[in-house]
Structure formats: structure tokens, C-alpha cells
Design a binder for this molecule. Sequence first.
Ligand code: SF4
Length: 415
Amino acid sequence: MSDTFVCCPFCGLLCDDLTIALNKGQAQIESAGCARAVKLFVVPRQSQALVAGQAVDLAAAYRAAAAILTRSQHPLMGGLACDVTGHRAALALAEKVGGVVDHMNGQAQFRNWLPFQDGGWMTTTLSEVRNRADLIVLAGTDTSRFPRFFERCLTPESQFGELHRQIIALGTNLPLIPGRPTDTDLAIPIQNERLGELFAALRARLAGHRLDAPDIAGVPLAQIDALLVALHAARYGVLVWNAAELDFPNADLAIQAMVNLIKDLNRTTRWSGLPLGGNDGDTSAAQVCTWQAGYPLRTTFEASGPHYEPMLYATDALLESGDVDALVWISAFDPERTPPTANCPTIVLGRPDMIFTRPPDVFIPVAVPGVQHTGFLHRMDAVVALPLSAPAPADLPSVAQALVAIQQKLNHAAA
Ligand code: SF4
């Protein structure tokens, strides 16, 4: 058994305690990985580049991709599921060709960024949750998209001794998945779509306002008041949500009510938020875009400089309106995250085991970060970038290498 710990890149937790052995060239998890990790660490070592569905060598695929980008006036660099070096290369290419950038999880990301940009928020880290949080409120999430969240963050042991932790669950996905080490102490069923009303009512009651209704969003007023007493009594409370699961119109306003309640509670005790996320490298993509361009994702690169428009430059909106005339789809982690339907030429830099119902114009198989090549990813709490190792190296280009090769072909074409 290997005694070197490996970091798993397949959700935003980035668990860094996996041990892995190599079996016939394939990474095989020996300890600590969840079912998702066990499945996704197995990657073919080779795959075939395609142009118009025909097998070609990589050089021909790079040339075909460069030809599409040469003809394009406004390409979308989408997906962006890769590591930090891949994100840097994608941003550089977008800047060169006058492209626009968005992540495949952009809809969920911007439900968070809109309230964050509007009024700021107070959030915490996974380590703080594990070591200090005595009350966890799960709002509209059962955390199942982050399979080891309970095991890694909500164990009873803390660096500072045993922690008596209460867990309250609010939302549609109740009860929590059986077999978890910790169960909830209180569960309040409520439609996720109505969480905003509940949090607005909590804020109103906290401010001492009267509510002339027997219930809010189906939750009796007496239960809302009892919940408020519990929130007040916490010494270190953490409100946990996952924007991807708050998939309804204007969900950013529900998140805004949550983050504003956290601010209100901090007048008398300590409260923080923990937005779950970071899957498919989305936290890294946001970080890299901000530090490289000075703007968030959903920014287009024009001759006058970067231009940020979160509503206009969403992947779905761009493809539907025809405002982009080529799509570069980057998806190096999950073979099921194939490109959306697009009425424009499509270049895919994808995992070698990606399967298409309709092959893209160009397919370039790329190595999986953290399995087949080394790199870095930002954890969901955005406070650390963890190093990725390559337990099963493969003879495939990384996303960064493929994008640099395409850019070199563009440079030659322009010379
Ligand atoms: S919980 Fe996430 S990071 Fe941890 S092993 Fe599973 S997929 Fe990997």
C-alpha cells in the first residue's frame, strides 16, 4: 500500500488523504476515496483526436482548431473544467482571439456572486467548520454532491477537543441520506424555492418585527421563533448552502437573504456562511479570471479591454442568441460533462473517455489533472490551492499544453 497521500480533484472538497496504487497503468484507490472518486480515477491512458468525426493526429487537430478560431469573430471559451494552468492558458487564448469566458457551473456560481458583489458576505473555511462550528444549518442541501463532507468536516473530533455539534436541516431533500455518521438534530421540510421567505422572516423576527401570519412558507411562526433562539445560542454557527441545488428563478435573492441574516446574527454572536461548490474546477476558474483579468468570469475580451456582463455572457444566453460563433469546450474531469448543443463550430478538449451523441468539429483528448498530470486546484472555500499529483501519468497533453499548441498554430497562421 502506498504511504503517499493523493489529492482528489473530483469535487470541491479536494480530499487530500487518498492512497492510490497503480494497477496495469490505472490508478486504483486503496483508501479514503468515495464512490465518485473510485469511478473517476479510472481513465484510459490513450484516446483518439478527431476532426469531423475522423481520426487524426494531434497536430492536425490543433490546426483544425486554430482554423476555426481564425474564422471566428467572437468565440466562447466555455466549460473551463481543468486545473489552474489550464485556466491561465484559456484566459490567454480568450484575450488573444477576443473571446468570452464562462464556466460550465456558471449558473450556480453567479447565484452566489450576485449577492456577494451587491453587499459582501461573511464566510468561513472547512478547517474552521471542523474545529469550531457548534451549530450547522444546512439550507436546501443534503451535501450529497460533496460525498465526504460529513466525514471530513463534521466529525465530533476537533483540534481543540470534542465538539458538541448540532445540525439543523432546512429544505426539500429531507431526511438526510442514511448511513451518514451524524444525523440531524432538527429537520424543517420546506420547498427550496421558499427558503428566501423563511430567511427574510428570520431577519424580521430578529429585528423585533411582528409577523401577522400563522406560518411563513408553511413553517409555523412558533417554529421560526424556536429556530431563531437556536441560531442566537450558537457560539460559532455556520450556514451551509449549495447554489447548484438552489435551481429556481431569482435564487440569488434567497442567498442574499441568507448572507444578510448571517451579518445580522454577528451583532451578538459569531456566524459565518459556507457556500459549497468548487466542483469541476469552478473555484479555480473564478480565482484565475479575477487575478489575471481583474474581472470575474462572464467577461469578454475586446480591443478596449475586458468587459464584464454576468447576464449577457452566460453560456446558455450566448449560444441561444448567436452572439458567439465558435465554442471551445474544456471538460477534463467528468466524461459526462459534454458540450451543450451549439449552432456554431465546436472544439472540445475533453477527458479521453468522453462519449458524444454527435461528435464535435474537433475533439482533442486531454490528460486528467490530478490523475494523469500534476497541477493545482483551489478548494471550495477559496483559501488554499492544493497540489495535484499524477498517480497514473499518460501520454496525453494537458489542457494548458493543448491550448498553447493551438495558439502557436494561430500565431503561424497570422505570420
Ligand atoms: S468527496 Fe470529493 S474530493 Fe473527496 S474523495 Fe469524494 S469526490 Fe474526491
